[in-house]
Design a protein around this ligand. Structure first.
Ligand code: ASP
Length: 454
């Protein structure tokens, strides 16, 4: 009886939100805002922090879990369907090369922007000696744990990453959300098999994955109805668990430098989308905004992937053939925000520790940050682990990681937002070049609600 009442209440809340004319991104922003304010109020009480962690945070985790839950089935269904629709393998390899090429270009551009802004603002030279020592001693332990994770990755051979793309067992690969590239490999391989067999045999298999894809898209719709509540819980937990405001201030110029760089990237994406697809910045931003807000709240491109795909297909007009291929790969290897952050962070640490980085050392950062961002997993904090490799390559002491720890989470939120924006921009450009950019299915989120049967 109780469960029934609760379920009715949930449906009622969703239905009320459906009726309200508030667009989804506003609802999510409202959820974030209320979460931050409420948590700021609650932590004033001695019991506040525990209350937020015990009673609010779990709902944020449930929300993230539900998104991750559908990531693997979504990649499988949409990629198998997408590849098998191509009919012709040369089209696949052409699109693959274009995708990887564009991803590399945008990442190298991002690292270069990072190096330019950090050399203009010189945040490491502005940090006070006292703050520096305080940070180094407070975050020594945390930094060490990231360094050891990176060490274990570094000790593997140079071709290890390539070797790991091919799974030896698909069930095992699909059971771990960290193995996205393996799932992508299997889906592409399976899709190629479907292209090569007689059409009458392939049809039922394709229809199955097509249907599965529809179901998953519907699940994303349902999850997104709860997004404002999910981000409310995530933001409340984040505020309750964040370190003191003083540390944020001490690292303000560094944080500001990263954010300026990320902002330049947004302008870059809007410009390339406009130049190559003739779609206006407003169109692009309106389409992708809910996914950006979700990336911001979850700090995970992988958890955001289902929503990025839904927005890019339904609201930006990218054909499934392109999005199902370009976006899962992008979520895994294209991290422009992360690479930019790694460049800024590396130079910031060097400056703060009184090291002068030569021009050649900075050029080296372009290469290592590009590779490190490709290797970063699409989960919170992964960019910082891979930063260890960038530091080591440039001869910067890894212990300097302790300097940037305090402010890493907020910056992770911002760089993840840029990571998924870059994927969406590239997906649009590839779609346009393949003649697969259409008019979007829905213009407003409200239309989704109207067509939803809940
Ligand atoms: N959190 C980022 C992402 O998932 C990766 C990182 O930079 O830590 O895209």
């Amino acid at each position: 009886m109780k469960i029934h009442t609760f379920f009715n209440l949930k449906i009622y809340v969703c239905a009320e939100m459906k009726k309200s004319k508030l667009a989804l991104h506003w609802q999510i922003l409202l959820g974030m805002f209320v979460g931050i304010i409420l948590s700021l109020l609650l932590v004033q009480f001695s019991w506040g922090k525990t209350f937020v962690i015990d009673w609010i945070k779990p709902f944020g985790n449930i929300f993230i879990n539900s998104l991750k839950l559908i990531a693997v089935p979504l990649i499988l269904a949409s990629l198998i369907k997408g590849v098998s629709d191509l009919r012709d393998i040369s089209k696949l390899s052409k699109m693959g090369l274009k995708t990887i090429g564009l991803y590399l270009i945008t990442t190298v551009f991002a690292v270069s922007i990072g190096l330019i802004v950090v050399n203009v603002f010189n945040p490491g030279k502005l940090i006070e000696e006292k703050t520096k020592l305080e940070l180094l001693s407070s975050y020594q332990g945390d930094a060490q744990s990231k360094i050891s994770i990176a060490e274990s990755q570094k000790s593997q051979g140079p071709l290890k990453a390539l070797e790991e793309i091919v799974p030896s067992n698909i069930i095992k690969a699909a059971s771990d959300n960290g193995n996205m590239l393996q799932v992508i490999f299997f889906a592409v391989f399976f899709g190629i098999g479907l292209i090569l067999i007689p059409q009458d045999k392939a049809k039922p298999v394709k229809d199955f994955f097509d249907g599965l894809n529809e179901v998953i898209l519907k699940l994303i719709d349902l999850i997104m109805m709860l997004a404002p509540f999910g981000v409310f819980a995530l933001m409340a937990a984040l505020v309750a668990e964040s370190p003191s405001i003083d540390l944020f201030k001490a690292l303000g110029v560094y944080g500001f430098t990263v954010i300026i760089g990320l902002f330049i990237m947004v302008i870059f994406y809007l410009a390339i989308v406009y130049v190559f697809t003739k779609k206006s910045p407003k169109f692009f931003m309106n389409g992708i905004l809910p996914a950006q807000l979700l990336a911001f709240s979850t700090s995970s491109s992988a958890a955001t992937l289902p929503v990025t795909m839904e927005r890019v297909e339904e609201h930006l007009g990218v054909d499934k053939e392109v999005s199902s291929f370009v976006l899962p790969i992008g979520a895994t290897i294209n991290m422009d925000g992360t690479s930019l952050y790694q460049a800024v962070a590396a130079v910031f640490i060097a400056q703060a520790l009184g090291m002068e980085l030569s021009f050649t050392a900075q050029l080296g950062i372009i290469v290592t940050a590009t590779l490190a961002s490709i290797g970063s997993a699409a989960v919170p904090g992964a960019g910082m682990v891979m930063l260890v490799i960038v530091l080591a390559q440039a001869g910067i002491p890894e212990a300097g990681l302790a300097l940037i720890f305090a402010i890493d989470r907020p910056l992770d939120m911002c760089r993840t937002t840029i990571n998924i924006t870059g994927d969406a921009a590239v997906a649009m450009i590839i779609a346009k070049s393949e003649g697969l950019l259409h008019s979007p299915h829905v213009k407003e989120w409200d239309d989704d609600y109207k067509s939803s049967s809940i």
